[in-house]
Design a protein around this ligand. Structure first.
Ligand SMILES: Cc1ncc(COP(=O)(O)O)c(C=O)c1O
Length: 458
């Protein structure tokens, strides 16, 4: 398209009202939520950028597929449609449905894990890491070194460091490594894409050492967009065929269907190896449900089957990636420090750099999350020392490596004018940035404290 305006390639048939609030009302809501946006009521939020997971708008085709959901316990038509769709996309023969991505993680990594076992990834997503560590195994992240440089421009900053992969195999011994996991796009690494070249290198190292290679593929369509536009040799390939080429390199995948499959719930595990699939099927039946529904209703499986096709629509993917980039580049032009280049599903702000007056033990990311809500009713999430900070033996905070705030954009939910509104709110954030104050934790749980912590403003 020669025009600058982002053209949302859909019409809106059904709407959900957004209640507009004043700053005064939001002050009250924020106090009531103990300065933790996870504790806000969604009806008090104007723009919800907390997550892109399960928050997509489904299409008319998905809603009508829901009406033909077959709720039979075994062998439902909905399952046959979903299985055929996943098989056609991934090429993997063994497919296990689950109620969401982490259930597939629990099954596969629970089976492969255990004390002394090692898992290696470009970056383990937090539920992936938790499922691995829960078994007593160790999860090691080896993103490419450039990924640590927030402002450094690289087309595939989600890549795995393959030299390090070779050296870890030497250190731990291939027999102790349960799986190598490539997360595409790399969510915890800023939503940055992984190149096909990198996936091929990882695949060939895994093949050489007979290691299991798993794709964490919940944003593989978005990753395919970047490959087509940034990697030599893919210009004339379809997004779906790029994804299929990447699936063919691995031994299996785990997918949360709550992202690129546009579903509000769902996931799956797909594998090449029959014996491994059988072992996982036993665990599936014990913990999720029978092998032809996992934890899903028939109607959910139909919604996922349709979503997995829609996601590769070139007009949709173009709108999706350009609108995330649009938000990031407008903020970048205003001088907001960001992870650059902008990733696929979210914009990540460097809160430490934005608020140099707030020390890490006063949580600059949480301060920005609160300011965004207060000034504009925008809900976002801190990805810094609230989420990943630990304490040493004397109770002193060991901060996270970065103090980020993530604006995750739900799929097909907001229009360009919503995004323009967010950009405008940042003018106010910049104008008032010297006044932003840090926070103190007044209550925290032992695990995953960011969900429920209470704060007090300093
Ligand atoms: C890369 C990645 N893997 C796994 C998961 C877990 O999926 P779910 O939330 O469906 O359990 C997520 C969720 O955000 C994710 O981003």
């Amino acid at each position: 398209m020669k025009y600058k305006t982002i053209f949302e390639p859909f019409k809106i048939k059904s709407v959900e009202p957004i209640r507009l609030t004043s700053q005064r009302q939001r002050e009250h809501h924020l106090h009531r939520a103990h300065f933790n946006p996870f504790l806000l009521h969604s009806s008090d939020v104007m723009i919800d950028f907390l997550t892109d997971s399960g928050t997509s708008a489904m299409s008319a085709a998905q809603w009508s597929a829901i009406m033909s959901g077959d709720e039979s316990y075994a062998g439902a038509r909905s399952w046959q449609r979903l299985e055929a769709e996943i098989h056609d996309l991934t090429g993997y023969p063994h497919i296990l449905p689950t109620h969401q991505g982490r259930a597939a993680e629990r099954i596969l990594y629970g089976y492969l894990g255990g004390k002394g076992k090692i898992f290696i990834s470009n970056t383990h997503f937090d539920t992936t890491r938790a499922n691995i560590e829960f078994t007593g195994a160790t999860a090691i992240d080896i993103p490419m070194p450039e990924s640590a440089m927030i402002a450094f421009d690289h087309p595939f900053k989600g890549n795995m460091d393959t030299e390090k992969l070779e050296s870890l195999i030497q250190t731990y011994g291939a027999q102790n490594i349960s799986a190598v996991i490539l997360t595409v796009t790399n969510n915890s690494g800023g939503g940055q894409p992984v190149s096909m070249h990198n996936a091929k290198e990882v695949a060939s190292i895994c093949k050489k050492h007979k290691l299991l290679f798993i794709l964490d593929c919940c944003r593989i369509a978005e990753n395919s967009y970047f490959i087509r536009h940034r990697e030599v040799g893919f210009r004339n390939k379809s997004y779906r065929s790029i994804a299929q080429q990447m699936f063919a390199l691995a031994d299996g995948c785990i997918m949360s269907a709550k992202k690129d499959a546009f579903a509000n719930i769902g996931g799956f595990l797909a594998l090449k190896n029959k014996a491994l699939a059988e072992a996982c099927t036993n665990l599936l039946i014990i913990t999720e449900g029978f092998a032809t529904y996992g934890g899903l209703a028939g109607r959910d499986m139909d919604a996922i089957a349709v979503g997995l096709r829609e996601i590769f629509d070139p007009d949709y993917l173009h709108y999706r990636i350009t609108s995330t980039t649009y938000l990031g580049e407008h903020l970048h032009k205003k001088g907001i420090p960001l992870i650059m280049p902008v990733g696929g599903h979210a914009v990540y702000i460097d809160a430490q750099k934005l608020y140099p007056q707030i020390p890490v033990n006063e949580y600059p990311g949480q301060a920005l999350v609160c300011e965004l809500y207060l000034r504009g009713g925008i809900r976002s999430v801190e990805i810094g020392s609230v989420m990943f900070g630990k304490y040493d033996k004397r109770g002193k905070l060991i901060p996270a490596p970065k103090e980020l705030v993530r604006l995750a954009i739900p799929r097909r939910v907001y229009t360009q004018s919503h995004i323009d509104y967010v950009v405008e709110v940042f003018d106010e954030i910049i104008r008032t940035k010297e006044n932003a104050r840090g926070l103190r934790i007044t209550y925290e749980s032992e695990l995953l404290r960011h969900f429920t912590a209470h704060f007090e403003q300093l």
